[in-house]
Ligand binder design. Sequence first.
Ligand SMILES: *[C@@H]1O[C@H](CO)[C@@H](O)[C@H](O)[C@H]1NC(C)=O
Ligand SMILES: *[C@@H]1O[C@H](CO)[C@@H](O)[C@H](O)[C@H]1NC(C)=O
Length: 227
Amino acid sequence: MAGRESWRPHLGLVRAASVVLVLSVVAPGLLASKVVTFDSILIYTTHEWLPFKPNIYFHCQGENKTFLPDVKETNVLYSFKGQESWQPLTVLNEKKCKRCGLYEQDNFKNDDVFDEWELCPDDFVQGLYRHFKKNEFNATLRCTVDASSNDGSDQPSSTKDTSSHKHVHIILVVIICTLVSVAVIAAFVVAYRYWQKWKREKDQARFLKIFDENDEAEDEIQLSNAV
Ligand SMILES: *[C@@H]1O[C@H](CO)[C@@H](O)[C@H](O)[C@H]1NC(C)=O
Ligand SMILES: *[C@@H]1O[C@H](CO)[C@@H](O)[C@H](O)[C@H]1NC(C)=O
């Protein structure tokens, strides 16, 4: 009995602590959105039959197409700063992949596909990800955590805005985490108190029952003696 009493509240505390731990690990991950840009691209071929310049675009499912206005020649390496008017390509959130690809617009039939693949936040090694497809293209994608922190040359006002936004986000998350953990701990304390009360009442009832039974037994003994 004493053993059960001592481990039950500990289990409650362990649960509360693990909830807080999980929240504090998951919450910052929700804030880190990764901005993806083209670092360089080289196409080996075009899919257009007619002697038109190709219209090449990058596209992730459910998003807008991003046309690469400069990429017109095959076997030429195009390098980008990441600040071009048409960048960035997309934003990756949390630990979620996106189905993206490189395509060539076709005026007469369906657009041609260079390649289509799952673009995942984990694929970027030191901020870079290389996607190569034989006879099609060789591209390097870059991923930065904040759009306005590519380098110091952007407008400082917008940098300030986004970073203060981020601070507000972090503060909000901290407050929410704290409130949730306080609520969880309070719930466990209340539950433990109820459990103690319930147990005490049950013990009392059992004690009274034993007492009654003893009384009845004594009565019976007295009765049988009298007979
Ligand atoms: C897609 O483009 C339209 C019009 O150019 C714009 O209003 C919309 O916000 C864009 N959507 C995304 C997800 O960028
Ligand atoms: C792809 O391009 C990168 C440079 O952008 C180069 O280092 C790499 O060797 C190329 N890969 C192939 C298969 O050509």
